[in-house]
Design a protein around this ligand. Structure first.
Ligand SMILES: [Zn+2]
Length: 463
């Protein structure tokens, strides 16, 4: 009761944030540019004032209109974790405490528990399999939720109304994940949300969706494509007016299946635990509008040099403009994106991403216990592995003889490989797979893909 009353207040605040953010999308380009520059300088100055790490790092730079953002050092995930306690702006938020809190969250699945009544802590496996830890204060969070509500309201055309709309989301349902926390955040007061766990058996998801009859469906691209197959086969019978995919690359083949199933061009929302909503397409579907009032993005090559619009980058540097608890300035994401040289005819002043190419994880296909095959969504493993304390990076190698999990552990952590191995076995078993032999091996680093330079989370050698 207390938690839902709190969420009701938070949704009210978030709705006001969403309206203010919506007004940014109606600015002319010059005003928009000035607005985002002011936000960027504001967060950098805040970090220099409140974070010991940034105070040192930004010393000597003039934090005024003359600042060239390229002069600010970038931040990678290893440094984020090594310097965690000095990066955050509240000294009570130590990495050790947050790790312990995440362990507690995992045991209390389904609850939106705040640390110290103030902080939401989340973990991200990320595309590279490396676990990052992110913390948002309540004021930061109301802007994250505002960004989500602007997305559903302004971009997907689903503003809150009474009676509340029925929105179904088949995404992460672990409180460790941003999408799950956002979903919990808006299902009081804004929308009636059915959250289904992407790790659940497909038949369970289909039955629940048939009962709920959602007006809008949001799902990881790979799940949306599987559900489209179910709709075409006649087992799923829903008529969503809006379909949106998130978090994974939605390939042309997937988009076609979704259109064939529901007769709608799917929207594509791009969000990250590091940033909240990062980009989305509008109803013109000409590319993904970067939500530049929430996040500053830079597309760079391997050497960190800016890449021109139209050329794919090797890394994405993000500066979170709303998180004042754990400032992330020029934080490196492995995502491979291309900025579009074109502007959207809808008139919004933000730049477009032409493509997001690097977020598709592999689906592991294993024999099912009751025959056939079972597709194991990366999230099935990502969630449990994100909860393994001391696990820094992992990769699953699937070969004819079984599955090997390669584990990179934090220096001081013990038994990480064995804990990770057991987590994999449990996750595969609960997905209905006939579990093959699973081995765990500790490694110093995960081998990167020779072509893309990406460290894949799943490598299948038996396909
Ligand atoms: Zn547009």
């Amino acid at each position: 009761m207390i938690a839902s009353a709190r969420r009701l207040v938070e949704v009210g605040t978030a709705l006001r944030s969403a309206r203010r953010l919506g007004a940014n999308d109606r600015l002319d380009r010059g005003s928009y540019r000035r607005m985002r520059r002011a936000r960027l300088l504001s967060i950098i100055r805040h970090a220099a004032r409140e974070s010991p790490f940034y105070r040192e790092r930004l010393a000597g730079l003039a934090l005024d209109d003359s600042l060239d953002i390229a002069a600010v050092p970038t931040l990678d995930k290893a440094t984020l974790l090594e310097s965690f306690d000095r990066i955050v702006c509240d000294p009570a938020l130590t990495l050790a405490r947050l790790e312990a809190h995440l362990g507690e969250l995992e045991r209390r699945e389904g609850e939106d528990v705040l640390l110290d009544g103030e902080y939401r802590v989340m973990a991200s496996g990320g595309t590279s399999g490396r676990r990052g830890i992110f913390v948002y204060g309540r004021a930061d969070w109301s802007l994250v939720l505002g960004g989500l509500l602007r997305w559903t309201g302004d971009y997907l055309g689903l503003p809150p109304r009474l009676p509340r709309r029925r929105l179904a989301a088949v995404v992460a349902d672990s409180p460790l994940h941003m999408t799950a926390r956002m979903g919990r955040g808006v299902d009081v007061g804004a929308h009636r949300m059915l959250r289904l766990d992407a790790r659940a058996p497909l038949g369970t998801v289909v039955a629940a969706l048939n009962d709920f009859r959602p007006e809008a469906l949001t799902a990881y691209a790979s799940i949306a494509a599987l559900l489209a197959d179910e709709q075409i086969a006649g087992r799923l019978r829903i008529e969503p007016a809006t379909v949106a995919t998130t978090s994974e690359v939605c390939g042309a083949e997937m988009r076609e299946r979704i259109e064939a199933a529901w007769g709608r061009v799917p929207f594509n929302g791009y969000a990250a635990t590091e940033t909240g909503m990062l980009a989305t397409d509008c109803d013109r579907h000409r590319g993904l509008h970067v939500l530049e009032d929430l996040v500053h993005v830079e597309v760079v090559d391997e050497a960190g040099r800016a890449v021109a619009a139209g050329s794919p980058g090797a890394k994405l540097l993000v500066t979170n403009l709303v998180n004042r608890t754990q400032p992330l300035i020029r934080f490196e994401l492995d995502d491979l994106v291309t900025i579009s040289p074109a502007r959207c005819p809808c008139g919004r002043p933000s730049v477009l991403l032409a493509a997001v190419d690097g977020r598709s994880d592999d689906i592991l296909t294993l024999p099912g216990r009751s025959g056939g095959t079972v597709p194991i969504h990366p999230l099935t493993l990502r969630g449990p592995l994100a909860a393994v304390s001391g696990l820094r990076q992992y990769r699953l190698v699937h070969e004819p003889g079984g599955v090997t999990i390669e584990v990179v552990a934090a220096a001081a952590a013990a038994d990480v490989a064995e804990t990770a191995r057991r987590a994999v076995i449990d996750a595969l078993r609960s997905s209905g797979a006939a579990v093959p032999p699973v081995a765990a091996v500790a490694v110093d680093a995960i081998e990167r893909h020779p072509g893309s330079g990406k460290a894949k989370v799943v490598l299948s050698r038996d396909a």
